[in-house]
Design a protein around this ligand. Structure first.
Ligand SMILES: CC(C)(COP(=O)(O)OP(=O)(O)OC[C@H]1O[C@@H](n2cnc3c(N)ncnc32)[C@H](O)[C@@H]1OP(=O)(O)O)[C@@H](O)C(=O)NCCC(=O)NCCS
Length: 442
């Protein structure tokens, strides 16, 4: 298989004190296609809803909370430190310190890891970690030329000078500028980069559509079986709070494989294979975790959902295979845990695009990739169907960038409990060529 020519860098986990981070509870809002049920809510509104409910349901005394670590990928200009706004905008004590993180689609994996590191090394005991995103409420800005003219005008002393500041503007400078979902270094969108991976790795349209259909089928089944009812909160939509959103609105409950085949490619209209059906959609939602030191969880009488055992992040060259980071990060996370892929009872791989998941699975099982790229004698191996994304993934559930990692942690740990399993591997690919992998245990 094709891969990047330069080695990726992989940053491993070095637990400092041995104080394990327990994930005591996790919740998320429903995930809704952007521009639909949550279109009038901000990322902060969604975060406030889920964190308030997490505190209420877990019955944690808010005075016990040491820190809030939260993330958002497309930031709100009015409150860029969403974590602190979250503390100030809920009933949490204002003394709780808070900071925000951003690691593209792996943002709330970073929140969890940051919380675990604070528990391990700084003596913090109780942390709320998570992420939020509203792609219905993205900052629309102005062109650089208009911004410069406005600054110049604000400094001008006379009306004439103020008017002169705008003299050089052209018509196109007045157009609003939406946030780019493009890689700054390559100029390619995520979808174009995934299309490149599909071509280089020989991932067929049929395989992508079948994988996407599987994701929707499993997510629909999980909802029907009530598996999500204790991890997804009802959200009362402001300003009148007379509408309540109870469920994700992206999952196709009775989709047919034929309907995927009918969709036209979006990112390479002529030769492409990636469609609206086999991509994750633009989504609004938030997810939060209550993380504690193991000792504190025990002292307060909690029975944790599980523990963070290890993690690793990787960086690959965005110009090569942008979303192949998980295949680089997972071996290190497993090594750090002292476990192999076969020891995992579950694997949850974030589904940015079916082509990206299938490319990473290829990386997991390819001897050539292991030997030539990772410098390992053997590949990680194959993941049995009954262990992979068993309750659906981001294609069906949606992908509010900042919230996805925390959604995966809760969803996987709860499934691990249902199965009586012990270990799970989670992976997330992210913009900038980043990959994240964590091993969870219970
Ligand atoms: C792929 C993408 C461009 C599609 O956007 P979109 O055109 O707004 O998508 P829609 O949901 O409106 O779907 C388009 C059409 O396909 C249809 N469709 C989507 N999935 C379908 C399925 N599984 N079966 C049948 N029809 C489907 C929709 O019903 C819609 O039909 P309509 O036009 O008749 O209403 C957008 O979802 C996207 O950019 N996704 C990637 C986001 C991204 O880059 N994320 C980062 C990853 S890390």
């Amino acid at each position: 298989m094709a891969g990047s020519k330069k080695s990726a860098s992989v940053v491993p986990y070095a637990p400092a004190s041995g104080r394990r981070a327990a994930i005591v509870a996790g919740l998320r809002t429903p995930f809704c296609r952007s521009g639909t049920a949550f279109r009038d809510m901000t990322a902060l509104d969604l975060a406030k809803a889920v964190v308030s409910e997490l505190v209420a349901r877990s019955e944690i005394d808010p005075r016990e909370i040491d820190q809030v670590v939260f993330g958002q990928v497309v930031p709100s200009i009015s409150g860029p430190n969403v974590a602190r706004e979250l503390v100030l905008g809920t009933n949490l004590p204002k003394q709780i310190e808070a900071y925000s993180v951003s690691r593209a689609c792996a943002t709330s994996i970073q929140s969890l890891v940051s919380a675990a590191n604070a528990i391990s090394s700084s003596g913090a005991d109780v942390i709320i970690a998570g992420g939020t995103e509203s792609l219905s409420d993205v900052p629309i800005t102005v062109s650089r030329a208009l911004a410069q003219a406005l600054v110049e005008a604000s400094k001008a002393k006379t009306l004439g000078d103020k008017i002169k500041s705008f003299r050089r503007l052209k018509g196109r400078d007045l157009l609003p500028v939406p946030p780019a979902l493009k890689e700054p270094t390559t100029g390619l969108t995520m979808g174009e980069s995934a299309e490149k991976m599909a071509k280089e790795n020989g991932i067929s349209r049929e395989a992508q559509d079948a994988f996407a259909h599987r994701s929707h089928g499993l997510a629909a089944k999980a909802w029907a079986e009530g598996k999500f009812s204790d991890e997804v909160i009802p959200v009362h939509v402001p300003p009148r709070f007379d509408q309540t959103v109870q469920e994700d609105n992206i999952v196709r409950k009775d989709g047919q494989l034929e309907s995927y085949r009918a969709l036209k490619p979006v990112f390479d209209r002529r030769y492409g294979t990636i469609t609206a059906g086999n991509s994750s959609p633009l989504t609004d939602g938030a997810a939060a975790l209550l993380v504690m030191s193991e000792e504190k969880a025990k002292a307060l009488g909690y029975d944790p959902l599980g523990y963070l055992k290890s993690y690793a992040f990787a960086g690959v060259d965005p110009g090569e295979q942008l979303l192949q980071g998980p295949a680089w990060a997972a071996p290190t996370a497993l090594d750090r845990a002292g476990l192999g892929l076969a020891d995992m009872d579950l694997v949850d791989m974030h589904e940015a695009f079916a082509a990206q998941v299938l490319s990473n699975l290829q990386g997991f099982s390819s001897k050539k990739f292991a030997e030539e790229r990772l410098g390992r004698p053997e590949p990680l191996g194959e993941i049995p169907d009954e262990k992979l994304n068993v309750n659906g993934g981001s294609i069906a559930l949606g992908h509010p960038f900042g919230a996805t990692g925390a959604r995966m942690v809760t969803q996987t740990l709860r499934e691990l409990a249902r199965r009586g399993g012990h270990h799970a591997l989670l992976t997330v690919c992210a913009a900038g060529g980043l990959g994240a992998a964590v091993v969870l245990e219970r």
